[in-house]
Design a protein around this ligand. Sequence first.
Ligand code: SF4
Ligand code: SF4
Length: 135
Amino acid sequence: MASEKLILSFPKEIVTKPIVYHVVKDFNLEFNILRAEITPNLEGKMLLEIRGKKEKVEECKAFLKKEGVMVREATQEIILDKELCVNCSICMSLCFANALFVNEKTFEIEFNKDKCLLCGICLDGCPVKALKSKI
Ligand code: SF4
Ligand code: SF4
């Protein structure tokens, strides 16, 4: 039995297609939608956990890619190192889930772990590498 957490990005052309339904029907996988968001430009993002036979998990990932879904393995955890952070706010503009925000009292960048979709997009955007991935 294999289990994977995947970040799926749906372009707006396919965001309304019932693609996740096929995960169950065609590949006999268990799935759990951990987070889902529609971004302002109508792109869909989903953090999906799938479990089942390893070969079916791989077939399912290939199917999703063929359907036009961008598939990335999820980062396990994001950490904001406040010692390194210079509060430039670049990461805020990259985070579609609003997990990074300005504390209105301290004017410092804060991280809300509960909103984070583990997409990893912010990691490359931080100029001082204050955002880290814990694997
Ligand atoms: S990984 Fe970074 S960009 Fe992605 S949702 Fe979490 S904080 Fe936002
Ligand atoms: S991009 Fe990096 S340095 Fe800038 S606010 Fe975000 S975590 Fe801090």
